[in-house]
Design a protein around this ligand. Structure first.
Ligand SMILES: [Zn+2]
Length: 345
């Protein structure tokens, strides 16, 4: 009997350790489940907008993507500010209108960071949970907490309460209280070195700064996962619309560090063969989607392709590219971003 129990116990732990992307499951972080309803305006918290002298409260600005800062161009109105997550409205308030919603982990994971000094971040009080289903580490980030109920190193289950929804952080008040939630990939484990090289203000958030976490379309992920329960995160990332490609010099006989972290990013390389350079495909917001061998030897980062756009690429790419149409170039901030992404700094 003892032997049987031992065998069962060991096979159980082996199952947990082996990669299992299919084990990837998501639960909504609050009691607000209207994301799947016919009226998503009840899911998203609005912003205050003033455009052409007209004030409005568009819920659409709470969505993920280029949803803020309207700008009139000769090709119509575009939105130039990228919102890297979703802003979820509270569904519980007390008589003073204080929000009461619990915020819960969207999946099993490990609390890797908490910021409880709200003035140190636009996110206010925020925390980061690491998840791993065998496709590399993904990170959910939750912001604007009133209070945080977990600490770094805590293992959490899907649905574990992380804290109370609030309105800490920049540009937010009690009326607009919400939880901002992102689902992200880490750009570099050497983020602090990169940051120290290019920024003067102190970095209080180690590698868990929002600058080092590239957010994917989290609402799209919830919807896609509902349609296809077997969907893995890697499959979802590759579904994002590609916007540009860059090539970077390769180090001899080595994959890029980000491809070691997310092996599914690297495609098209023969085992044991290493190219002189790599070509990386990115979404408009800079989410890395694919890394392939690039046959030409190059000495610096170059732009190798861009989606055609009638408006300036800078509006569509967080100013990482400039130019119009099929013509574009990497800006300084674009080069710094690719340096971070490829650990070449
Ligand atoms: Zn937000």
């Amino acid at each position: 009997m003892a032997l049987l129990i031992l065998l069962l116990a060991s096979s159980g732990s082996a199952q947990q350790k082996s990669p299992n992307p299919a084990a990837f499951q998501l639960t909504l972080p609050t009691d607000n489940d209207t994301i799947f309803s016919r009226d998503p305006s009840r899911f998203y918290m609005y912003t205050y907008r003033s455009f052409d002298g007209v004030s409005s409260h568009p819920w659409t600005a709470g969505r993920y993507g280029f949803v803020r800062n309207q700008r009139r161009t000769s090709h119509g109105i575009i939105f130039t500010r990228f919102h890297e997550g979703v802003d979820i409205r509270p569904v519980h308030r007390d008589k003073k209108n204080e929000p009461l919603d619990d915020v819960r982990s969207i999946a099993d994971g490990l609390v890797v960071y908490t910021n409880k000094v709200s003035g140190r971040s636009n996110y206010g009080n925020y925390l980061v949970v690491q998840h791993n289903w065998g496709e590399g580490p993904f990170y959910s980030l939750y912001a604007h907490f009133r209070s945080i109920a977990v600490k770094r190193g805590d293992r959490v289950k899907s649905g574990t309460v992380l804290g109370r929804l609030g309105y800490t952080g920049a540009g937010i008040n009690r009326e607009r209280a919400h939880v901002h939630v992102e689902f992200t990939m880490m750009l570099s484990e050497r983020f602090e070195t990169w940051y120290g090289k290019y920024f003067r203000s102190p970095n209080h958030h180690s590698i868990y700064s929002g600058l080092n976490l590239s957010g994917m379309d989290i609402a799209g992920l919830f919807h896609s996962k509902k349609e296809n329960p077997k969907l893995t995160v890697a499959e979802f990332v590759r579904m994002a619309p590609a916007y540009y490609t860059v090539a970077v010099p390769a180090r001899p006989m080595r994959s890029l560090p980000i491809a070691k972290r997310y092996p599914w990013l690297e495609q098209g390389r023969e085992p044991g063969q290493f190219p002189p350079a790599w070509e990386i495909t990115l979404s408009s917001s800079g989410l890395p989607m694919e890394i392939r061998p690039y046959a030409k030897k190059i000495n610096s980062i170059i732009l190798t392709g861009v989606k055609n756009s009638p408006v300036n690429h800078s509006y569509n790419t967080l100013k990482r590219l400039s130019g119009i149409g099929g013509e574009a170039k990497l800006t300084n901030s674009g080069i710094l971003y690719i340096q971070l992404l490829t650990d070449s700094f």
